[in-house]
Design a protein around this ligand. Structure first.
Ligand code: RUQ
Ligand code: CUA
Length: 679
């Protein structure tokens, strides 16, 4: 292991062998394998002693897992996986009745999606710790995670789109988050020959209103030429009011894109003046356009998610709205587009480019005023490259993808093919340092490094291929993240840690921004779930036709009621279980034998509902699935399922103590305790 690491450090550019591409240009700065840092030094820099806290929270996208993971930096310790676009057995998200609706789309229940980019909410261009947004890629959606509870609270689908990749980047005030189609398709969708791509396929860019919790909605869409739209970032400072998106496949190929979409020397960055869009809409230049989409939202007072289908959007066509969109020619098949903290520089990562092109916002505005147009595409003026480019970073390495900033005038670009991070200077475009990463880095992240105020101490490289970095675990290993110290002149490798799924992008903020606001438990008094049970004696069983509802509490170390009878074959049973603990981190779980899931976990103060359709008569135990106390194993109960002709009366036993406490004598209820209503 050690020797292989040394070997790669010596080779420097392992990515060359991985990709099979030859490395054309010699690096201008000598490789900095570990920055001369001794292993012991790196260990002290990343060691967070037991009982101590990390300095930063980091939120990594789960990629093909569809989720978000929360890590501490600098330790690389995994704290939590937050389910977003996929069902999650650890909490029951997407399985239980309360959250199922979160995964509803116009394509039905989609229990697994692909998530790419985490984006923190911003105030004046600086991450503010309120919410985290993430995009659903395959079924285009944007989710909002509440950072008090670290739970997904809202998901909005994007209509008239396919592949929501350039998403969910936010404006500096979080008024909007965006989503652009990675794949162009006929809009509206219709059955046409794929060969008619140039004629029939279009892209859309969607602005979603995002600063009103519970009311996320499509504000407007812009109909774009049929290219692939890849990534985006909002302007800031002077460029506030603009949004920048990369495009590739401006060749409009519809087959063998690997070759056919790599023909042109330059593709484009689309510069969108969204303040102008607002103006055009106010002037009535938007068109009513079709498109169905679903909005899912967890009501914070009931804890129950509901879905609403919406129809129709306001569509803007660039030809109808002067000054809405300009194209900045950009070499070559650009992927990332990143705006420096000052808002002046627009940095593109051209996967196949030999340089890193940097556009100037000031030059762009001047070029627009001077009408420095090369041509017009679908009503969109294409600015002259020389009129907008501020500079090019020469010989940066191979396969530049993404750039982040340290707030001290430096930029850091990930090099996928040459597997390294390259540090360069804004303004002089000089390469200052480079460090190999293992291997094939995609995104990189500096806490706040895409914002107005980076916390420029660490950089996280998010690597696509791990190969021999960890003990092997079969053909598929984990992806990995690598923590790099960027506080000095030379980058220093500090730590590797494995990730869940594929970390496309990440966000990180100082712990102090989130830690004081993290909710310890839901107050029972604030739990307005219609099926809440706040005290033992309030539980019970009721029937309405073939539907049986059980209201139950969980507390260390019992369920109440814990014996249920009178359920009949053919019934559908809903268990509404409330964890009445009012204490941090005291969770219970509920699982009933014969159900087709293991039930739910129950955070303190919350109610969850499990649906169960018994398949045969008999006795079915249920139990707590979370080892909550010394008597956790005693936390169990039974359900009796009978044939209807047995006419077993509906009953749920409530302990005598509980009933007495409630001021009701057990005798009133007979030996079975409280009776539910009968049919
Ligand atoms: S991507 S590795 Cu899905 Cu953001 Cu660039
Ligand atoms: Cu409750 Cu174990």
């Amino acid at each position: 292991m050690k020797s292989s690491v040394k070997l790669y450090a010596a080779i420097g550019y392992i990515g060359v062998t991985l990709s099979g591409l030859a490395y054309a240009c010699a690096p201008s700065v000598k490789t900095n394998a570990s920055g001369g840092l001794l292993a012991g030094d790196a260990a002290t820099r990343t060691y967070v002693p037991p009982g101590s806290y990390d300095e930063y929270y980091a939120f990594l996208s789960g990629g093909f897992s569809g989720q978000v993971t929360v890590y501490g930096l600098p330790s690389g310790r995994l704290f939590k996986e937050i389910p977003v676009f996929s069902q999650f057995p650890q909490t029951g998200y997407g399985y239980n009745e309360d959250t199922k609706a979160m995964l509803t789309t116009t394509f039905g229940q989609v229990p697994w999606d692909d998530s790419h980019h985490t984006e923190m909410s911003l105030t004046d261009g600086v991450p503010d710790g309120r919410w985290l947004f993430i995009n659903g890629n395959n079924t285009p959606r944007i989710a909002r995670i509440d950072l008090k509870k670290f739970e997904t609270e809202e998901i909005i689908q994007i209509p008239n789109a396919a592949g929501g990749h350039a998403s969910p980047f936010a404006t500096p005030d979080t008024k909007y988050v965006v989503s652009a189609t990675r794949f162009s398709v006929p809009i509206p969708q219709t059955d046409v020959p794929i060969e008619s791509y140039k004629k029939n396929f279009k892209g859309t860019i969607t602005f979603v209103r995002a600063d009103q919790p519970g009311k996320m909605d499509v504000a407007f869409q812009i109909m774009m030429p049929g290219y692939d739209y890849d990534l985006g970032h909002a302007g800031k400072g002077p460029s506030d009011g603009w949004f920048f998106f990369t495009t590739y496949n401006s060749e409009q190929a519809n087959t063998k894109l690997e070759v056919n979409a790599s023909q042109a020397d330059k593709d484009y960055i689309a510069a969108i003046n969204y303040k102008q869009a607002e103006k055009c809409i106010a002037d009535g230049k938007g068109k009513k356009f079709g498109g169905n989409y679903v909005h899912n939202y967890v009501n914070q007072s009931t804890g129950i998610a509901t879905s609403e289908t919406k129809t129709g959007v306001t569509m803007l066509f660039p030809a109808d709205c002067d000054g809405l969109v300009y194209y900045l020619p950009t070499p070559k098949s650009p992927h990332g587009v990143d705006i420096d903290p000052s808002g002046e520089y627009i940095v593109a990562g051209g996967k196949l480019a030999t340089v890193i092109p940097v556009h100037s916002y000031t030059k762009m505005i001047k070029a627009i005023a001077d009408k420095q147009f090369e041509k017009t595409v679908d009503g969109i003026p294409v600015l002259r490259y020389q009129a907008v480019v501020a500079g090019e970073v020469q010989k940066p390495g191979l396969g530049p993808l993404h750039t982040e900033f340290d707030g001290k005038g430096n930029a850091y670009t990930s090099m996928f093919i040459s597997s390294e991070i390259v540090k360069w200077k804004l303004g002089t475009w000089q390469v200052l340092d480079r460090i190999p990463v293992y291997y094939s880095v995609g995104h990189l992240m500096i806490p706040g490094g895409d914002s107005k105020k980076p916390w420029g101490k660490y950089l996280l490289a998010l690597d696509k291929i791990t190969k021999d970095r960890y003990l092997p675990t079969g053909p598929e290993g984990s992806r990995s993240a690598q923590l790099i110290d960027i506080s000095g002149d030379k980058m220093k490798m500090l730590l590797d840690f494995p990730t869940m799924g594929e970390p496309h992008y990440a966000q990180a903020v100082p712990a102090s921004l989130l830690q004081p606001n993290s909710l310890k438990f839901q107050k029972l008094a604030d739990n307005h779930n219609p099926n809440v049970t706040t005290a033992e004696a309030a539980g019970g069983i009721t029937r309405k036709g073939k539907r049986v509802d059980v209201k139950m509490i969980a507390i260390r170390s019992h369920f109440a009621p814990d014996n249920l009878e009178g359920i009949e074959l053919g019934d559908t049973v809903y268990f509404h279980v409330t964890n009445i603990e009012q204490d941090w981190n005291i969770a219970h779980g509920f699982a009933v034998f014969g159900a087709n899931t293991s039930g739910v976990t129950l955070p303190p103060g919350e109610t969850r509902t499990v649906r169960w359709v018994p398949q045969a008569t008999g006795i079915y135990p249920f139990y707590c699935t979370d080892f909550c106390s010394a008597l956790h194993q005693e936390m169990q109960g039974y359900v009796r399922v009978s044939a209807p002709e047995m006419h077993v009366p509906l009953s749920a036993n409530i302990s005598k103590v509980a009933q007495t406490q409630n001021g009701r004598m057990p005798a009133e209820h007979g030996e079975h305790g409280e009776r539910g209503e009968r049919r």
